[in-house]
Ligand binder design. Structure first.
Ligand code: ZN
Ligand code: ZN
Length: 390
């Protein structure tokens, strides 16, 4: 298999660079999804388009009956200007594949091609799921695809997904049983005080001073109310208030994110945040509104599926290159698939400092070591073969 994938390397890189040059965002993946659907139809697969707007699903039926495994790739890019200088840089102004989803799409297409070649050996089915809108929740792409029946006909027994990962070097695979990525919630707070002259605070209710108290208090939900051995993050990423140095503004608006590794901690931080916001409202005699938007749950890997993926990973990159990673506080809506069926999500190392490829995800200079594409493709194929006993 390794040599067959190696023979397809140029093709794989060409596909990835095509998606890289023409990134699309959110649900607006017309060009990408029709390319994907065309490719899958040319392989002779049953293809369903427009699942959750631009999602694409294809089914490969093996020669013998058996279970069904779902392999998932996300296809969306980010609203970001590509600043790197390479021949395949984004041709679309303000859009960029800065998370590696171009690679995910390319790897799964080539995996589909390879699995089609060996369908005589398969007992059961492979369902290829190409998802839109992973980067923006709500509603994301996974949940609406599930609601539109992607786990039925044939019924899915297990799911597998990959994220190319520049926090790990190319040639390695990161995996762990249990929680591997965090729940990712979003919150907005509106404080309505009373504006006036900067020299007369006693006649005003200053929403900027109140915001600074609120931000400090929110951090105590982590430092004083969360088990130190558990992990959680509250980040206020945006504050909007004021127009000039000598004016106390009328309002302040805060936005941020909450990351947690268990649904229990997610719940307790949400409740704590509400309690603190209500307390600040009373303490400062202002109006303080919290809009808390629950995002995707933690990504939780099934134990048996993790063992299977681990053994496949050892085959692909060697035991010494399979790393038991700590959970990432990043979020991923792959979690919705893994809540419904046992499955596993893993990180395929994609950085290579020697080639100058070492930028974090979502950086305007983000790139991947394309050698990692071979590893991801092989993972998809081998997992399907092993799960279906091919
Ligand atoms: Zn991302
Ligand atoms: Zn991503």
């Amino acid at each position: 298999l390794k040599s067959r994938i190696l023979a397809l390397k140029d093709h794989l890189v060409e596909l990835r660079r095509h998606f890289h040059m023409y990134p699309e965002i959110g649900y607006d993946l017309e060009r990408t999804s029709s390319f994907v659907a065309r490719y899958l139809k040319d392989l002779g697969l049953e293809v369903k388009e427009h699942v959750a707007k631009t999602g694409v699903v294809a089914v490969l039926r093996g020669a013998k009956p058996g279970k069904t495994i779902l392999l998932r790739a996300d296809m969306d890019a980010l609203p970001l200007q590509d600043l790197k200088q390479v021949s395949y840089k984004s041709r679309i102004d303000g859009a960029m594949h800065a998370c590696g989803h171009d690679g995910h799409t390319a790897m799964l297409l080539v995996a589909a091609k390879l699995l089609c070649d060996v369908k005589e050996r398969l007992s059961g089915n492979v369902k290829f799921v190409f998802q839109p809108c992973e980067e923006k929740f709500p509603p994301g792409g996974a949940l609406p695809m599930i609601e539109q029946g992607v786990l039925e006909n044939p019924t899915v027994d297990a799911a597998f997904g990959i994220h190319l990962w520049t926090l790990l070097p190319a040639g390695t695979i990161g995996i762990r049983a249990g929680t591997i990525m965090a729940a990712a919630d979003e919150f907005h707070v509106n404080i309505t005080g009373r504006g006036g002259h900067g020299a007369q605070p006693h006649l005003c209710k200053d929403p900027i001073v109140i915001s600074s108290h609120l931000i400090q208090m929110l951090q105590t939900l982590i430092s004083r109310e969360t088990d130190p051995l558990d992990s959680a993050v509250i980040t206020v990423g945006k504050i909007e208030s004021g127009t000039a140095f000598n004016i106390i503004p009328e309002t302040a608006h805060l936005e941020g994110t909450v990351r947690t590794l268990s649904e229990q901690t997610q719940k307790s931080i949400q409740l704590g945040m509400r309690r603190i916001v209500e307390g600040v409202e009373k303490a400062f005699d202002v109006k303080c509104e919290l809009d808390y938007r629950v995002g995707p749950p933690p990504v939780v890997n099934d134990l048996e599926m993790t063992k299977l993926a681990q053994s496949v990973a050892e085959l692909v990159v060697g035991k010494e290159n399979v790393i038991e990673v700590e959970p990432s506080m990043g979020g991923e809506d792959m979690s919705f698939f893994l809540k419904k069926v046992p499955g596993v999500f893993c990180f395929v190392g994609a950085s290579n400092p020697e080639k100058g490829i070492d930028k974090p995800h979502h950086s305007p200079y983000f790139d991947i070591d394309e050698d990692a594409l071979l590893i991801g493709t092989q993972m998809h194929v081998e997992i399907a073969l092993k799960f279906l006993g091919g």
